[in-house]
Design a protein around this ligand. Structure first.
Ligand code: NAD
Length: 385
């Protein structure tokens, strides 16, 4: 198949493009390098050095003999999006290209507006481009488990059978997200479901859990193929951050009681879930939703797991929670769709955490310890004017 990976220079987009290319798909990437710009804005960098996109693509060609054309441009530029779709003629598009950090979206009004504008308008441009150039293209869109929030009922895969006043309907599962970033994903989901209903688009919305890990079968083939590894309090996902804190001898920073439970998955499962979704397209007019996670853990359980695996003393520090979220709650998620397509999950094992310790130890000189502490407060950013 011909697959276009949007956000193909990012943490997940780059390894996904390599995985698809390795599996014989004609793969291209598109990116506007916004993510590298956030690093400059925040004064942080990936723990593991990453190469520019041109060098990465050349290295993959050297290692695998396969070419991955790169399109550099912005999804907000509709003419560019139409041009790329006409030129590359994809069978499937994997859409990772959004601002993806909840804290970044909560810095202030400008960052909230940027996030929703970038994410919602970018996806809308893409939907129109698909509908007007070839509505048969399968759109695989990255959503997040954070769209659901933590409802006091079981979380289904995107849809809910509702009985109300004696009548029944199948409705989009109600959402209670916890940041302007997560809200942007909810808005995308609604727009995409509408596109399926009115234009017959075929869409898979992947409500992904928090991803951990940094290596895949393809990225380990050459150091120039490495993907980014974020540790800062804005972009670093929780397990990655805990591993780095353990190696540095810093306390693991648990927000509040640590009772917040979330869905997680290994980066090797992310790339495989995408392959499975691409190779098994949604039907025309179908808005198909999968919950892309393999295990649930509370933040405290994760901290404990990292502390148990680390061969030295580890302290856990409970900080006042900068976010507004439930400290203790019910969390029971259905996630059978991708397993039904053949996913064999890598569950969080001690060996994985051990390998992450090694990656961090090799790069620990690059860490800025100041970047580990949370600075963005959900309530604190409102200014008195
Ligand atoms: P990332 O920031 O590393 O990658 C996103 C890429 O998209 C970046 O390279 C960025 O430059 C590009 N991009 C952003 N806006 C763009 C635009 N307007 N035009 C073109 N390119 C643009 O993020 P990631 O961690 O790889 O996440 C990828 C996707 O997966 C995101 O949509 C995110 O919401 C979703 N997701 C990630 C996680 C996680 O744990 N990392 C969890 C759940 C969902």
């Amino acid at each position: 198949m011909r697959v276009l990976v949007l956000g193909g220079d990012g943490y997940l987009g780059w390894p996904t493009a390599l995985h698809l290319s390795d599996r014989g798909h004609e793969t291209a990437v598109l990116d506007n390098f916004a993510r590298r710009g956030y690093d400059r804005e925040l004064g942080v960098q990936s723990l593991v050095p990453i190469q520019d996109l041109e060098t990465r693509v050349a290295a993959w060609e050297e290692v695998s003999g396969k070419t991955v054309p790169a399109y550099v441009g912005d999804l907000l530029d509709a003419d560019f999006v139409y041009r790329v779709l006409r030129e590359f003629e994809p069978d499937a598009i994997v859409h990772f290209a959004e601002q993806r950090a909840a804290p970044y979206s909560m810095i202030d009004r400008e960052h909230a507006v940027y996030t929703q504008h970038n994410n919602v308008v970018g996806t809308l441009n893409l939907m129109y481009a698909v509908a007007e150039t070839n509505p048969d293209v399968h759109l695989v869109k990255l959503g997040t488990m954070g769209e659901y929030g933590t409802p006091n009922i079981d979380i289904e895969e995107g849809w809910l059978e509702v009985e109300h006043n004696g009548r029944k309907d199948r409705m989009l599962y109600p959402k209670k997200p916890g940041s302007f970033y997560h809200l942007s994903k909810v808005h995308d989901s609604h727009n995409l479901e509408f596109g399926c209903r009115i234009w017959g688009l075929r869409v898979t919305d992947l409500n992904q859990g928090v991803v951990y890990g940094q290596e895949t079968d393809q990225t380990v083939r050459d150091s120039r193929l490495a993907t980014r590894f974020d540790y800062d309090a804005v972009f670093g996902t929780v397990l990655n951050r805990f591993v780095i804190q353990a190696v540095l001898g810093e306390p693991l920073t648990v927000y509040g009681t640590g009772g917040q439970t979330r869905g997680f998955l290994d980066i090797r499962d992310t790339v495989e879930c995408i392959r499975l979704a691409v190779e098994n397209p949604a039907d025309a007019g179908e808005f198909r939703v999968f919950n892309q996670m393999t295990e649930s853990y509370s933040v405290s359980q994760l901290a404990q797991k990292v502390a148990e695996c680390f061969p030295g003393p580890v302290q856990v520090e409970h900080l006042e929670n900068p976010r507004v979220e439930q400290a203790e709650h019910y969390y029971n998620v259905k996630h059978t769709g991708l397993v039904g397509l053949g996913l064999e999950p890598h569950l969080l094992s001690d060996t994985l955490i051990d390998s992450m310790f090694d990656i961090v130890a090799a790069n620990k000189d690059r860490v800025d310890p100041g970047a580990l502490l949370p600075t963005v407060r959900w309530k604190g950013h409102l200014k008195q004017r």
